[in-house]
Every structure is written in C-alpha cells, then in structure tokens.
Design a protein around this ligand. Sequence first.
Ligand code: F6R
Length: 639
Amino acid sequence: MTSAAAETHERIPTAVFPDNQAAVRHVADAIETLVRERAAAGQPAVLGLATGSTPVPLYRELIRRHREEGLSFAHVITFNLDEYYPLEPQHPESYHRFMREQLFDHLDIPAAQIHVPPGDLPRDEIHAACTAYEQAIRDAGGVDIQILGIGRTGHIGFNEPGSGPASVTRLVTLDRLTRADAARDFRGEANVPRYAITMGVGTILRARRIFMLAWGRAKADVLRQAIEEPPRDTVPASYLQQHDATEVFLDAPAASELTRLRSPWWVGFPEWTTPLTRRAVTDLSLKLSKPLLKLVDKDYQENGLADLVTSHGPAYDLNIRLFNEVQHTITGWPGGKPHVDDTHRPERAEPARKRVLVLSPEPADDILAMAGTLHRLVQHGHEVTVAYLTSGNLGVPDAEARWAAQLMLEANAAAPDSLARRVLDELARKAAFDQDSADLRRFKGFLRRSEARAALELCGVPAPNVRFLDLPFYESGTYRRFQLGDADATAVGRLLHEIQPHQIFTTGAAADPSSVPAKSFAAFTTALGAAADHAWTKDCWVWLFRSDGREWPIDEIEMAVPCSPDELDRKAQAIYQHRSQRHQTPVTDSDSAEPWEQAVDRNRATAQLYDRLGLAEYEAIECFVRWQPTADTSTSTSS
Ligand code: F6R
C-alpha cells in the first residue's frame, strides 16, 4: 500500500519497523547527525528527553555510539520532560536517578548542561521553578529534537487526559492508570507519588522536531487514537498532529491497530488472505450487530468491502465459510480430542495423552489466562507441568510479607535467627521506598510460590508438577531495566529437554520488549531455537495466551475453550489464591478493580462476541493463538 493511502488515516507521519532495534537505529541516526553538525559549527544541540522503558534501547544505542564510535555529547544540552513530585533526586525511582543510570553517567555531557524538573521543592516554590524551566529552554535556543514515549492514557510527558495544547511546565495530578502502571517500580501503588512536574503539551509542541516512540501491543489502541483521530484533550498525544515536524516510530505490535494494518481495505486493495478475510467479515458482523450468516451483499458493499464480496462472494458463500472457520476454533478439548477426525479441530488428536508445559512469566499469569483450560487438560488425562519462569517477588507488597512472617512467628515455627524473624526486623527498619534485601526478596518469592501452588491445586495440577525457575534476569533486575543473559535461556532449555512437551502454553510474543512477559518469551524462544535438532520439537505445538489485561482480537483466536459457570467460579477462586496480588494488578482502566473480576469479565466478553457472531452462547471463553517459530504472530511491516 502506498504511504499516501495510509496518510489519509494517519495524521502524523508514522514509520513501522519489524522490531524496536530497527526503529531505535533510525532515531539514533537523526540525533547523531544533529549532534555532529552542531559540534562542527561550534553550537550546542538541544535534546528533550523522556524516561520510562521506551527510550532505554535508544539510550543504549547512543551510549554504544559514544563508546565505540567516538560520538561526543560535550556540546549537548538536555531537558527532561518530567519528574515525580514529591521525590528526592536520589530516590531509586526518581527520573533524576533513572537518567543518570541509563544515560548521563555513560556520556560526556557536562553536568551544568543537564536539566531535569525538580521533584523535591517546597510546594510554594514550584510555580517559580516551572517558569524558570521554561525560560531555561528558551535561553538554550529551544529544543531541537524532543524524544517522547506515550502512556496508556495517551499522556506525553505527564500530561494526562485533560491537558490542553497550550499547557506549560507545571505540577499535575497523575491518572489512576498511570499510577497503576508505575506500581511495580515503586513496589505498590500506594507508594507511587500522586503528582508530577511535567513540561506542558505546549512546551513539547515548541520543539523543532519531535520523535514519539512506542513498543508493544498494549499501546496499540491509544496510538491509533493519537495518530488517526481528531486531536482532543482526552488523548493529549493527539495534539502532536498540530506540529509539522513530528514523526512516530513504532514496532509492529504497537502499530497493529493502525488502519493500514488492522483494516487495510480502507486504504487500498489488499490481498484477501484467510486471516484478513476473517478479520474483515467478523468486524463487519460486529459493527452492524448482525450474525455472520445474516450478512448480505449490500452490507459488504456499503462498508468498504465491495472488493472482497466481488472477488470472493457472494455474501452467502463468504458467510458460510467464515462461520465454519470461527466455529472450528471452539473446542472443549484443548489437548485435542482423542481418536476422532481432527481435520477441523484446533489441536491434533494424537498423541491422546500429551505432555503439556505451561510457561508462566510470573505466578498468576497462567491462572488469569487459562485456569479453565488447565483444569480441562488435567481432567482429560494429560501430563500437565506448570513452570513459573520468574519468582514474581518484586510484585509483593511489604504488608503481605509482614502478614506471612507474623503468621510464622505466631505458629511458633520460627527460631530467633529464622528468615521470618529477619524479615520482620527488616520490615520494621525499612522505609517505604528502600530496596528489598536478598532475604526479603526470597521470602516474598516463597509467598508467591505458596499462592501459585494453592491456585494450581484448584485446577487439579499436582504439586510435583509445579516448577519455579526463578530466572536470573528477574532476580538481579528491577522493573523496566531487566537484562536477559545466557543463563536464562539455559534454564528454560533444561526444562524443555526434561519434559519434551507436545504442547506448550505461554505468552509475551507481542509485549513491550522490556516487560517480564517479553523477556520470558525471549528466553523461551532462544531455548526452543537451541533445541531445534531434537526430535520432540518436531511434534511440539505452542499456544499463546495474553498477559496484558486484554484478549486476542476475535479474528485472531485459533483455539477458544468454553468455560461453564461452575468452571468460571473455580477460576475466580483460583485467582483469589494469589492474595498478594489483590489490588495489585489493575492492568486495564476497567471499573472492576480486582484481578479475578477483570479476568472473568474478559472471558465473558469473549463468549459474548462469539454469541454476537451467531455462534453458540457460552458463559465464558478462554482463548489462544498458535505460534510457530517461522511465522511469528506479529505483523512485520515497515514503511
Ligand atoms: C516519561 C514520560 C512518560 C512515558 C510514558 C511511557 O518521562 O514522559 O510519558 O514516556 O509513560 O512509559 P513507558 O515508556 O515506561 O511505557
């Protein structure tokens, strides 16, 4: 498709790359060109910088160019977008500290040329400091290149919904979703500051060039709104449309909701592949609130699908074909139905008794996505092993650890120098934001282990089949800054060799590359790749569940496992066993506060979609997409 066609929908020039590394090189090239040109002319280059996980790969690339290619930043002046308030600059989660650790400590920018909004001023000095920040940007000649990420609320900087295009540097109140997204960094939402100082949307729009970056499917919805819908206060990033030198750089999962990728029939004449046809017809049926079998030629013609109905119609034929395809995704036999014709079933019938391995990035990811399916697999006699790749100990609030340690003392099970005693002593000393000691992390890991075991017991998975890999990347890292090493894939590889699974359920393929699911998935694919010569891999199918609080789009689902009302109840109970995660996982902006409510709501919503398409009406459905090493589920497109 031509970029001109895409532009009819995209109101900001947008480049889509197969992965974030390719995008980052592009942005680093532009920065390098600016920095070198200005240095040659004896002038400073002014960069506007962001924090968060998005720019980290860009900063690594700039550091590499500085170290290996002699790119000097001595003439660079920087202005950061924002800082939490109130927060000391030395706090582990302050953006001052983040920038030092991720960038400034590794480059040759003189300290006097670095500017980050202050997070530690008395309240009555903030206004003057914000005015001075704006003035300092003007005195430096204005920002040449502004780097931006985007929050799931559509914020840029910390300009939350409601921020207008003329806003300037100021104190703002953080949105609930933004604080929830930061909860892991601060070890609990209660510890996340309520306010921030941020450059305004107007401040950002005064930069000469703006590059907005985003990775991972969780941002896809808000990116479509920012890029394709008219600018409005509820999506502050949409005001970038009013700037004539903004470019957006996305990886394929982040771009997946853009019209040119999601509904390309609106921007040209696409090749009507089976997946695209399924998407077009299911979208049409849901949009018109008409079951698949009731769509008529006119519906197709009036809704941008004249080409489809002309080349592959009439409507009746298309409808029947699609109805059957969607029908065939539904199965009560997630491990395959033994001894029957499996031509139109999602899973193969043989072997009748499969070795099934569930790889869950953190405890609870498995249960939230597939407690009902797990129970079925066990009931159907498959040998099910669940492995937790990371301990999840960073997600346990101190209060939960205190509760458990006190319980142990109460039961008189703890000697004076016991772990429980040491944990209680540490918790008594520890300030809210202090890092956990190795002891405390270990203890929190134990908590999550016992929760995971209790949840799996309800699904029928026997205790010896529950494994905890505690991958090193997680144990030695913190959120947004995890780095995968060889030992991670080696540990996963060892487990694969031991189990030699016929079926694997996992997640993380299209997640933000810095997230725990994405790192876990990378460790898994590396391990699977390394095992490619082994016979068992030839007969091993991989199924993906989602772990970002959303479900697969209906047209992508390849296996839909219905749950009865009783099974859904059991699932809610199993999720409830993860008590340290209550109030901890508000991954969507839905009003259902608790993880079990959100998960069962999602499963009910999927069942309702099948019903609206005119298929059977189930209580709830868990769903999966098949992944194959040669055909990744992500679309790789670049413009
Ligand atoms: C940070 C900032 C924020 C982030 C946004 C995305 O300085 O300005 O707007 O860019 O919250 O955060 P990540 O990159 O962590 O997804």
